[in-house]
Design a protein around this ligand. Structure first.
Ligand code: BGC
Ligand code: BGC
Length: 660
C-alpha cells in the first residue's frame, strides 16, 4: 500500500516537475499577461491603499470588547514581533507589544539551558501581562526539536522525516517539540517548511519534506496537527501545544538556480505560474490551512517574476486569505519587508506589506542606535493617520492575532503564557529521545547494495560481521550529524549538545552483537576488518549560507580522500557509505569505490538510530528518497526531463535483500 502510494506520487511528481522544468527553461520567453481573462484572482498586486478584502470577525465577545477598547497604538503594538536580542521586557511592556521571537542562536545572556530560556520568557510575559493583560505570542525556530536550546531532543531534519513518509510519527514529533517549547515559555514554532525543493543547490533543501506536493501536504499537516494539539491532545487551549507556521509562502523551492531568497523566473500573472501555483505549490498549504487549521503562515523572502511575496496583495489576500480561507496570522519573515522592490522608503514598504495582507511584522536588528521595530511601528501608525493604511486592515490584523491568543486560552487565563514547569522535567528526556531515535531509523534510505559470494547481500551480512571499522568526518560528531539550526543559526561541528554520535551508536550495538567496532576517522588502519562504514557528508549550514554552485555539491575533500585511501589499501574490503547530507550530492566517483550507500540526512542528536538498522538482523530499511537525485549536479536542470541524467529516482529505497 505504502509503496503503491509512493509510486503514484512519484509519477505525479515527475509530470509536474517536468512542467516546472519546462517552464523554467522557457522562462526567458515573455509570457502573455493573464490579466485580461476576467478572472478576479488574476489581478496584479494592488496599489498600497487598497484595504484587505477578507476580514475575519472576533471569535467571541471577549475579543470584540478587547479590540474595541484598544487605541491605534495598542493595536499596532500587537502587530509587532521584535527579536529578544533587540527589545527588553520593559520596552515590550511600554510599547504594548503583541509578540516576540528568539531567532536562530538567540540564547539568553544567562546561559543556554532550558531553564535559562524559561526564565527569560517569563520575564517578558510578566512585564507585558502586568501592563496590558494580553500575553505575548512567543515564536522560536524549533525546526527539528527545540534546537536552539542546549540538551533539547534534536529530531532529524525534515529531509529525513520526508524519507520516513510516516505521518503518525511526524505528528508525534510535532507534539513533543511543542511540549519542549512550551516548557521554556515559548508558544509558537516557525515550522514546517512546505517549500518543494526542485534544485538541490538551494541551501534550505533539508528543511523541506521533499519535492512531492502530496507528501509535503500529508506530513506538513500531520506536524501542524501534532504541534497544535500537544502531547496530551488537549488542543490549542491546552498547556502543552504550540501554534505552528506553514512557511515560506510561496515559491522558495523553485527559484532560479536554487538561490535562497531568489526569484521564480515566471511572470506572477502568467498562465504558466498560475498552473504551478495551483497544482503544486499551494497543495501543502491547502492541507495546512484547510485540514490542519494552521494558525500562522510566514511569507517567503523570494520574488515571483521580480515581485517580492512580502508586497504581493494578490498572493497574500486573494490567494491565501480569500482563496484558501486562511483565518490565522500572516507573519513576515525576518526583515522581509526591507526587500520589497521598487523605489520606496522604509515606511512605504511597511505600508505596502500591511496593505498586501501581512498581519504581524517580524522586524529586527538595529538601525543606528534604534531597534528597527520602532520605525516599523511608527510607519504603521503614520500610515493609518495619513490614510495610506485602512483602519479596517489594522483591525483585521489585530482581530486575527487576538483570536489566536483567545483560542490558546491566553486571554482568559494569562497565567497559561508562563513556562510550564511540569513539562520542563521531561525536556530532552528519554521518552522524547526514543521517538527521535525511531525517526532516525525509519528515515534511513538504502540507495545501493551488493550481493555477496554466499548468495546473501552486504547489508544482510553486516550485523553478523565480526570486525567493523568506522571512518569519515561525520562519524563521531554530534554537530555534523545535526546540520544547521542547531544551538546556533548555522549550526557547527563539534560537541555542541548532548546526544549520541553515529559511531557511539554503532559501537554500543556492536558490543551487544559481539562485534568489534573501531573508529579510524581518516580511514588509515591496519589489521583485518570485515567491513568499513564511512560516515561522510556536509558541514552544517543554514539559509543562504547553504546555497552552492553545482561544482560545490560534492563530499568534502577529506572524506573523498578517506574513501579512496581505504579502497586503495584494502581493495577487497566492503565499504558502506553513510551520507549525512541535506540533499543530493554528486557522488559518481565514490559510487564506484563503495559497495553500499545509505542516505541518512541530518539525524540530529540520536545517532543510535543508524545502528538500529545497520547492525540489527531483525530490522530492515524503510526509507524512500523524496527528491530526484541527479548523477551530476551540473545537470540538475535536466533531471526531470531526461531520465538518463538521474542517479536515484524519486522513491528509491531498497531493503536489505535487494541489490543494485
Ligand atoms: C538570526 C536568525 C535569522 C537570520 C535572518 C540571524 O542573525 O540569528 O534567527 O533567521 O539572522 O537572516
Ligand atoms: C528564516 C525563517 C525564520 C526566521 C526567524 C528567517 O531568516 O527565513 O525561516 O523563521 O528567520 O529566525
Amino acid at each position: 500500500m505504502h509503496n503503491r502510494i509512493r509510486r503514484r506520487n512519484a509519477v505525479a511528481t515527475t509530470l509536474l516537475s517536468m512542467a516546472i522544468s519546462a517552464s523554467l527553461v522557457f522562462a526567458a520567453v515573455p509570457m502573455a499577461s493573464a490579466n485580461d481573462d476576467g478572472n478576479p484572482h488574476r489581478k496584479p498586486a494592488s496599489s498600497h491603499t487598497e484595504p484587505a478584502a477578507t476580514m475575519v470577525t472576533a471569535r467571541n465577545d471577549r475579543v470584540a470588547r478587547l479590540l474595541a477598547s484598544m487605541s491605534l497604538e495598542d493595536k499596532v503594538g500587537q502587530m509587532m514581533q521584535p527579536d529578544t536580542r533587540h527589545i527588553t521586557p520593559q520596552q515590550a511592556a511600554e510599547y504594548h507589544i503583541g509578540s516576540i521571537l528568539s531567532g536562530g542562536g538567540a540564547a539568553p545572556e544567562s546561559g543556554n539551558s532550558a531553564s535559562d530560556w524559561a526564565n527569560r520568557a517569563d520575564s517578558y510575559q510578566h512585564a507585558v501581562i502586568n501592563e496590558t493583560g494580553i500575553p505575548l505570542l512567543y515564536g522560536v525556530d524549533a525546526v527539528h526539536g527545540h534546537n536552539n536550546v542546549a540538551d533539547a531532543t534534536l529530531f532529524p531534519h525534515n529531509v529525513n522525516l520526508g524519507q520516513t513518509g510516516n505521518a503518525e510519527l511526524v505528528k508525534q514529533i510535532g507534539a513533543i517539540t511543542a511540549s519542549e517549547v512550551r516548557a521554556t515559555g515559548s508558544n509558537w514554532v516557525f515550522t514546517p517548511t512546505l517549500g518543494l525543493p526542485k534544485n538541490e543547490r538551494w541551501g534550505r533543501t533539508y528543511e523541506a519534506y521533499g519535492e512531492n506536493a502530496d507528501l509535503s501536504a500529508k506530513l506538513g499537516a500531520a506536524y501542524i496537527e501534532g504541534s497544535q494539539a500537544g502531547e496530551s491532545g488537549s488542543g490549542l487551549a491546552g498547556s502543552d501545544s504550540a501554534i505552528a507556521t506553514a512557511k515560506h509562502f510561496i515559491g522558495e523551492g523553485i527559484t532560479k538556480d536554487g538561490v535562497n531568497q531568489g526569484d521564480v523566473p515566471l511572470d506572477y500573472n502568467s498562465e504558466a505560474f498560475r498552473k504551478i501555483l495551483d497544482s503544486e505549490l499551494l497543495v501543502p498549504y491547502r492541507a495546512a490551512v484547510q485540514d490542519a487549521n494552521v494558525r500562522s503562515v510566514m511569507v517567503s523572502y523570494n520574488s515571483i517574476g521580480g515581485v517580492k511575496c512580502h508586497g504581493n496583495a494578490d498572493l497574500l489576500t486573494n490567494v491565501l486569505k480569500r482563496g484558501l480561507g486562511f483565518t490565522g496570522i500572516v507573519i513576515t519573515d525576518y526583515n522581509g519587508i526591507d526587500q520589497i522592490e521598487g523605489n520606496l522608503n522604509y515606511a512605504q514598504k511597511v505600508a505596502k506589506a500591511v496593505n498586501a495582507g501581512v498581519d504581524m511584522l517580524m522586524v529586527d536588528e538595529h538601525e543606528g542606535t534604534q531597534p528597527k521595530w520602532i520605525a516599523a511601528r511608527q510607519a504603521v501608525i503614520d500610515g493609518v493617520n495619513s490614510g495610506d493604511i485602512a483602519m479596517a486592515r489594522v483591525d483585521d490584523a489585530v482581530t486575527r492575532i487576538l483570536n489566536v491568543k483567545d483560542e490558546m486560552g491566553l486571554l482568559e487565563n494569562p497565567q497559561l503564557a508562563y513556562s510550564n514547569k511540569e513539562l520542563l522535567a521531561q525536556f530532552g528526556g528519554e521518552a522524547h529521545r526514543a521517538v527521535a531515535r525511531e525517526a532516525v531509523a525509519q528515515s534511513l534510505t538504502l540507495l545501493k547494495n551488493r550481493s555477496t559470494d554466499d548468495g546473501s547481500t552486504l547489508m544482510n551480512d553486516l550485523p553478523s560481521m565480526k570486525r567493523i571499522v568506522v571512518a569519515g568526518s561525520s562519524a563521531n560528531d554530534i554537530g555534523m550529524q545535526s546540520g544547521g539550526w542547531t544551538i546556533t543559526w548555522q549550526g557547527s561541528a563539534g560537541d555542541i549538545t548532548s546526544g549520541t554520535t553515529i559511531y557511539e551508536g554503532l559501537k554500543t550495538a556492536g558490543k551487544e552483537n559481539g562485534q568489534t567496532v573501531d573508529l579510524k576517522e581518516d580511514g588509515s588502519f591496519t589489521g583485518n576488518y570485515d567491513a568499513a562504514i564511512v560516515v561522510a557528508g556536509e558541514s552544517p549550514y543554514a539559509e543562504y549560507a547553504g546555497d552552492r554552485t553545482a561544482d560545490q555539491l560534492t563530499l568534502q575533500q577529506k572524506d573523498i580522500n578517506t574513501i579512496s585511501s581505504i579502497r586503495k589499501t584494502h581493495p577487497n574490503l566492503p565499504i558502506v557509505l553513510v551520507l549525512t547530507t541535506g540533499r543530493a550530492l554528486t557522488i559518481t566517483d565514490q559510487l564506484k569505490q563503495v559497495d553500499a550507500v545509505v542516505m541518512a540526512g541530518f539525524p540530529g542528536s540520536e545517532g543510535e538510530g543508524v545502528a538500529d538498522v545497520l547492525l540489527s538482523a531483525d530490522r530492515d530499511f524503510s526509507g524512500h528518497l523524496t527528491t530526484t537525485w541527479p548523477k551530476d549536479a551540473n545537470n540538475i536542470a535536466k533531471k526531470y526531463i531526461d531520465p538518463n541524467t538521474v542517479l536515484f529516482p524519486y522513491g528509491t529505497g531498497l531493503v536489505k535483500s535487494q541489490v543494485n
